[in-house]
Design a protein around this ligand. Structure first.
Ligand code: FES
Length: 156
């Protein structure tokens, strides 16, 4: 599990201080804290609860309601496999399965070493590149079981 470092705690406290007196502070505080830590574990939620004087159950409710927030750490690299129609018919699903098998990770999950998080998406607007894969900010065209591992090898 990715640790919350001392530096992160300081940033979290700074975010809370900056928003403390404002109304509607919770969502922006959660957003900023998630961008510092990469996720919102219970210990961070408790700190926010104390700092903003909002019950922990309210914070937990917000974090679990919005899919943008996550309580699980994300990997260093985010892989998105397109399963929109054009990509699906050209092999998107076997591509996704080959990554699941190779790294032992489910869709929506993260590898134990926090190297990759894996997601499937519905059409990224690059149907001419089908089947497409996005890794972080890079889009790859015509990916296949054969070239996927080579591509991912470049992401440590
Ligand atoms: S279906 Fe994959 S980019 Fe459109």
């Amino acid at each position: 599990m990715k640790k919350i470092t001392l530096k992160m705690w300081k940033e979290i406290d700074g975010i809370i201080q900056r928003h403390k007196e404002k109304s509607g502070a919770l969502i922006p505080v959660l957003e900023e804290c998630q961008s510092v830590c990469g996720y919102l574990p219970m210990e961070v939620q408790e700190r926010i609860s104390k700092g903003l004087n909002i019950p922990g159950s309210t914070i937990y409710g917000v974090v679990t309601f919005y899919s943008f927030f996550t309580m699980a750490p994300k990997g260093r690299h985010i892989i998105k496999i397109c399963l929109g129609t054009a990509c699906y018919v050209r092999g998107g699903k076997p591509n996704l399965e080959s990554i699941q098998d190779e790294f032992g990770v489910e869709t929506g999950g993260t590898t134990g070493d926090l190297r990759f998080s894996l997601d499937s998406v519905r059409c990224i607007g690059a149907c001419g590149m089908a089947p497409a894969m996005v890794v972080d900010d890079d889009t790859y065209a015509q990916v296949s079981k054969q070239n996927i591992m080579k591509i991912l090898d470049g992401y440590k």
